[in-house]
Design a protein around this ligand. Structure first.
Ligand code: COA
Length: 264
């Protein structure tokens, strides 16, 4: 187990990072499914073919809509975007658009969130609450998700609040390891959330809004995204205070001409 890594340190100065979170529903009609499949790469289509429903449909929707959003941001043909993956599988843009937009996708059931930034790597995680998330489940999971120093505070929560507290810690830590690209292979129990992360609103179906995030975790800043009923989500990005914009994936004509490098 690596030594504990505090997620809280003194705030760093610097230019605010711009991050957009797009809520992406993974339901698709038959007609759009064919269109989305057509813009996937050969490797993505092979991967989809190996999946069983409904996971296959969700993968096609997630990757296809990721391509459409990125294509609109970059003014590029979604079907010609080139993705490569880091050593632990984090996809990133390669080819002619390499480095122009950082992104990270999370999905749970039919819901997905896509984080995009022209400035820096981002990590995002979404978990849906479920009846299986009982206090006993939370106490069991706490052994692997929480650092020893965090467990006493966790047990101070009334039993009924422990599942939500555990899920919040889980999404915050997973957002960080997805931001770094390390993934959860090395566990997350060595990460310490040294102060409650700020909350930002995740508002779907409305006009975009901006939220300034308090600096929480140099080099990683984390916030919990509120607003989705029955779900917990967190966003992580490196650097100083972040300007967060929240949008909802909609008709394609809502996305033309977006440029992540423009002053938004
Ligand atoms: C990344 C990881 C945390 C995802 O956990 P999860 O809760 O099941 O999934 P989420 O919905 O939050 O995120 C999945 C998405 O994250 C992205 N992703 C994949 N690997 C990633 C990584 N190492 N870091 C950040 N994001 C990653 C992908 O876009 C993926 O979506 P896709 O499968 O549709 O392409 C987990 O799979 C992991 O730790 N992977 C690394 C370890 C590993 O499997 N390595 C194999 C080397 S290829």
């Amino acid at each position: 187990m690596p030594p504990p890594l505090p997620l809280l340190a003194s705030p760093s100065a610097g230019r605010p990072l711009r991050v957009t979170v797009v809520a992406v529903p993974l339901g698709i009609g038959a007609g759009e499914r064919g269109e989305l499949e057509a813009i996937l790469s050969a490797a993505e289509r092979d991967r989809a073919a190996r999946l069983v429903e409904p996971v296959r449909r969700r993968f096609v929707a997630g990757r296809g809509r990721l391509r459409r959003v990125l294509g609109a941001w970059l003014g590029a043909d979604p079907g010609r975007l080139v993705f490569e993956a880091g050593p632990e599988g984090k996809p990133f843009l390669a080819g002619p658009h390499a480095g122009r937009c950082h992104f990270n996708l999370t999905h749970c059931g039919d819901a997905a969130l896509l984080a995009l930034s022209p400035d820096a790597a981002v990590g995002i995680d979404l978990e849906l609450t479920a009846p299986a998330h009982t206090p006993a489940w939370a106490e069991q999971m706490a052994g692997s998700i929480l650092a020893p120093a965090e467990r006493a505070a966790f047990l101070e929560h009334p039993a009924g609040l422990r599942p939500a507290a555990l899920l919040a810690a889980w999404v915050v830590k997973e957002a960080v390891v997805k931001g770094t690209g390390a993934g959860i292979g090395a566990g997350v129990g060595h990460l310490i959330i040294a102060a409650p992360p700020p909350h930002a609103s995740l508002v779907t179906g409305t006009l975009p809004q901006r939220v300034d995030l308090a600096p929480v975790a140099p080099p990683w800043h984390v916030c919990l995204l509120d607003g989705a009923v029955g779900a917990l989500a967190a966003l992580a990005c490196p650097g100083s205070v972040c300007q967060l914009q929240v949008e909802t994936y909609g008709a394609e004509d809502e996305w033309p001409g977006r440029s992540p490098t423009a002053d938004r």
